[in-house]
Design a binder for this molecule. Structure first.
Ligand SMILES: [Fe+2]
Length: 282
């Protein structure tokens, strides 16, 4: 892949997403959110790529995968007016279909096309599937880490500011009740990422976001999580119960363990589960 391919992809992204622009303010805010998110995920993946000392070609592929990771969000919102996959469509799969159907990647080598399409397809799966090609596997993990980091930024931005600014699709339709679910706590206690299927309240959602720390693949991503103080900031948005204090402390100690044994290669310390259920938010 050449730098001019990435320029062409950026132009295509701008043109394609413009076809989903809306007259209603609320709808357009949802579209804008995803365009802005894409830009941030591209920046974050570039930092992860630098930390891995990738070749220029690999870095370009990583940025292309980040650029396209949520391309399915646009036709999803266009058709269903929601970002909730569970009541519409799996936006990872839809994104992969869009790239194939629109023949966006046709001018780059087939193996690179396959890597990008896989990364888009599986970026929102609950667990990382086993891909045969190690480069494809690494690319998928980079997209997943970069995506998670920016989702923390987005939601903390909502929680820490006037929530009236929260775009309509960001609340995931969950009630803001002062409780949380045992299943979510159990997942975190087992050092798993919590599943969306168990979410009942906004607090569950916040806890699920915290649990994503267990699914970060790259040390650079752990560093960014720590730099931005995401875990402490999210915990500050939750009730201060003994249970929440406990899971918060255990997540922090996990992150500190990771920071204390940095190595050049990505490591996966969270237990991988074979479930490939898709998840809404990413
Ligand atoms: Fe996504």
């Amino acid at each position: 892949m050449r730098p001019e391919d990435l320029d062409r992809f950026r132009k295509w992204f701008n043109q394609y997403t413009q076809t989903f622009f809306l007259d209603d303010r609320e709808g357009q805010k949802n579209i804008d959110l995803k365009i802005e998110h894409t830009g941030h995920v591209c920046s974050i993946i570039t930092r992860i790529a630098e930390s891995q000392a990738l070749t220029i070609n690999e870095s370009l592929i990583a940025e292309a995968a980040a650029l396209f990771h949520d391309i399915g969000r646009f036709p999803q919102y266009g058709k269903y007016k929601t970002f909730r996959d569970s009541i519409s469509v799996n936006h990872g799969r839809l994104g992969a279909d869009v790239l194939r159907h629109e023949q966006v990647l046709d001018d780059i080598p087939e193996n690179e096309q396959a890597g990008i399409i896989n990364a888009v397809r599986f970026h929102n799966a609950l667990a990382v599937p086993d891909l045969e090609d190690p480069d494809h596997q690494q690319l998928l993990k980079m997209v997943r880490d970069a995506d998670k980091l920016d989702i923390w930024r987005i939601f903390l931005g909502f929680y820490e500011s006037d929530q009236a600014d929260m775009v309509s699709e960001a609340g995931m339709g969950l009630p803001d009740l002062p409780v949380y679910s045992d299943e979510i706590i159990l997942d975190i206690d087992q050092r798993h990422t919590a599943s969306m299927k168990n979410l009942r309240t906004m607090n569950d959602f916040k806890l699920m976001l915290m649990s994503w720390a267990y699914d970060l693949n790259f040390n650079e991503a752990i560093r960014m999580l720590d730099e931005q103080d995401y875990l402490n900031r999210m915990a500050a948005q939750l009730p201060r119960t003994e249970t929440i204090n406990r899971v918060h402390a255990s997540l922090l100690s996990y992150v500190h363990e990771r920071l204390n044994k940095l190595g050049p290669q990505p490591t996966i310390t969270s237990p991988e589960r074979s479930i490939k259920r898709h998840e809404d938010v990413r």
